[in-house]
Design a protein. Structure first.
Length: 267
């Protein structure tokens, strides 16, 4: 059983939902990322979503676009991100790590070399925004051989037929984008999310994580009431941006945010 499957099985037995914070690797400095990953776990994170910096992050709003720019100033590459995961694994062999990014850096490295390097570093899943299942047969087979879970996105406009197709190719969990927009968008409608999750659950047994629009403990608790996992990105990255000139403050700021979310989700 993969780390991701073990994590969700454990949480289900406890009657709890996963808290999955997102950070862009190398934001605001490469030395911040690995200590921050450990800080987030200590604050209640169950799975870490680690963004691979990319010059054209098309699914992301300004907050995460700017995070990518801050990381790219330092030349943070996909190989650097894998080295960060390997460093994290030196003292944490339990917390699942999912890479979130775009296909181009993987194409440049090569599917097989990437999958082997990701496996060796301790990566558990990969969410490649611009890789639809219809175009991913080759890389999905390579991921399967490397025991890496491919994570796919579903949206409010995803049809029943396509939900079935996407879920058939996914493993670990599926990520439901709660809004018709980019990361950091507002106007989260939890009732609409609940309706869509009911539809998705009729088509897959995979856990469902919900992201986009979760800003604070209250919204995290609302989503935890209907989903298997709560994914929080822009709210975390905003705190990195606000403290980019005082990096010692980043860990405590994000720990406070995640602790409040964790407590609200468990209440």
């Amino acid at each position: 059983m993969s780390r991701i499957a073990e994590c969700f099985a454990k949480l289900k037995a406890e009657g709890r939902q996963a808290l999955i914070p997102y950070v862009t690797a190398g934001d605001c400095h490469p030395g911040v990322t690995v200590p921050l990953m450990h800080t987030m776990v200590a604050a209640g994170a169950d799975i870490i979503e680690l963004g691979v910096p990319f010059s054209d992050p098309m699914a992301d709003g300004p907050v995460i676009q700017q995070a990518c720019e801050r990381a790219l100033v330092h030349g943070v590459s996909l190989r650097d991100v894998l080295e960060m995961v390997a460093k994290f694994r030196e003292t944490d062999d339990e917390t699942p790590v999912v890479l979130m990014g775009y296909l181009n850096p993987i194409e440049v490295m090569g599917y097989v070399p990437f999958a082997q390097a990701a496996r060796d570093a301790g990566v558990d899943g990969v969410l490649t925004v611009d890789l639809p299942p219809e175009e991913g047969e080759q890389i999905l087979e390579i991921f399967k051989e490397a025991e890496i879970d491919p994570i796919f996105l579903l949206s409010p406009t995803t049809t029943t037929e396509r939900i079935s197709k996407v879920c058939a190719s996914a493993s670990g969990f599926v990520y439901y984008v709660s809004l018709k927009g980019v990361t950091g968008a507002a106007n989260l409608d939890v009732a609409s999310v609940a309706d869509k999750l009911s539809q998705i659950r009729g088509l897959t047994d995979l856990p469902i994580g919900v992201g986009f629009g979760i800003r604070d403990a209250a919204s995290a608790a609302q989503v935890a009431g209907v989903a298997d996992a709560v994914v929080v990105g822009s709210a975390v990255v905003n705190r990195i941006a606000a403290n980019s000139d005082q990096p010692d403050n980043i860990g405590p700021e994000i720990a406070a945010l995640l602790s409040d979310m964790r407590q609200a989700m468990d209440a």
